[in-house]
Design a protein around this ligand. Structure first.
Ligand code: NAD
Length: 326
């Protein structure tokens, strides 16, 4: 009897472990990303990618790389001048006129709905294949959390959370909508790829920028939940009920990289000199690996090699070698 009870308890415990900590299962070697493999650029050909915040920085880098390899790019940004200039550059390097700019402040739900509709209309293949929730800003309120504040409490400026987290949630929600809608009339199943911009700040403390750290930890939480099928029912939001759409959700976690986000209004680097920077090319390589990889649920961290301490390859390493069951 005792043996039976013990066995039942063990079974229940293992079920709870599996339900509550599905990501703690040991990875199967087939699930680990092979970072020495060359990138399959052909996977970009004919695809349409909507990238928020792509008028500059990392988003612009992805746009250039992917357009060079046959993708159509929709750049969404509130910086109209830089956005339009980037589109002209995309046209030149790709020899294609299909790239477009959409003026959008991602904080606004209505503006994001319009952005997605414009992107679908502009897409030569009638749908969106890749969405990168990339638009982001640095710390919006450097005076928050102070013991030496004014006599009357001052409401903190939470724009960092609005842009880096809430707007990214809108973009992700609309990406699922767009992937599902575009495929309703499609003949064969199609896969949509959602790439979320996290950061090393998703993984570690950032005492100088607590709002940024909170937003980026939120992005990690969203990624972990979206990539995993439901725990208590047979639901998997990454497969549509009609079997026509699959979704891959991935996360990119760069370390400090030399873009405008680490610079002040005058363009001066707002970090001490001893802080090493990641190479933009490495961040773009990691993003390209993620959007061209056949599997979803992957997270890559990009750091200067000296800080990566031998992890991964060339300063890129897989955060959790743990594949959500898709
Ligand atoms: N560069 C880094 O050190 C670093 C490190 C980790 C993560 N990231 C993340 O990478 C992403 C891209 O940042 P970046 O480094 O290219 O910075 P960046 O400042 O060069 O580019 C950000 C882009 O987002 C746009 N943007 C800002 N607010 C917007 C809004 N409300 N609506 C629409 N567009 C908006 C800007 O106009 C700009 O073109 C961000 O999510 C950032 O948090 C950057």
């Amino acid at each position: 009897m005792t043996g039976f009870k013990e066995k039942r308890k063990e079974k229940l415990e293992s079920k709870v472990r599996e339900l509550v900590h599905p990501t703690l299962e040991p990875p199967s070697p087939a699930d680990i990303m092979d970072l020495s493999k060359s990138i399959d650029y052909s996977a970009l050909r004919g695809k349409t990618a909507l990238i928020t915040g792509a008028a500059g920085g990392l988003g612009r880098g992805m746009a250039l790389e992917w357009a060079k390899n046959g993708a159509t790019i929709v750049i969404a940004d509130l910086n109209e001048k830089a956005g339009k200039e980037t589109v002209e550059e995309l046209k030149k390097i790709s020899g294609s006129d299909s790239h477009t700019f959409v003026n959008c402040n991602v904080v606004s739900w209505d503006a994001q709905v319009a952005m997605f509709k414009q992107a679908i209309n502009a897409s030569p293949n009638g749908g969106i294949d890749i969405v990168v929730a990339n638009a982001g800003i640095g710390e919006s309120d450097k005076e928050a959390f102070s013991l030496d504040g004014p006599q009357e409490p001052k409401k903190p400026n939470l724009l960092t959370l609005d842009v880096d987290l809430n707007a990214l949630v809108y973009t992700s929600h609309l990406a699922y909508w767009a992937f599902g809608q575009a495929n309703k009339n499609a003949g064969s199943p199609r896969t949509g790829t959602l790439l979320l911009l996290g950061s090393v700040a998703s993984l570690t403390n950032t005492p100088e920028t607590p709002l940024y750290g909170a937003a980026k930890h939120g992005v990690l939480g969203l990624f972990r939940s979206l990539r995993t099928p439901h725990l208590f029912t047979e639901t998997n939001r990454n497969k549509s009920k009609d079997g026509k759409t699959n979704v891959k959700v991935n996360l990119l976690c760069p370390y400090f990289t030399d873009t405008n986000i680490i610079r002040d209004e005058s363009g001066k680097k707002a970090l001490p000199d001893f802080v090493q920077l990641s190479k933009i090319e490495k961040v773009i390589e990691a993003a390209t690996r993620l959007v061209t990889d056949e599997k979803g649920g992957k997270a890559l961290v990009i750091m200067p090699e000296s800080l990566a301490k031998g992890r991964g390859k060339g300063g890129i390493w897989e955060l959790e070698r743990l594949q959500a069951k898709l």
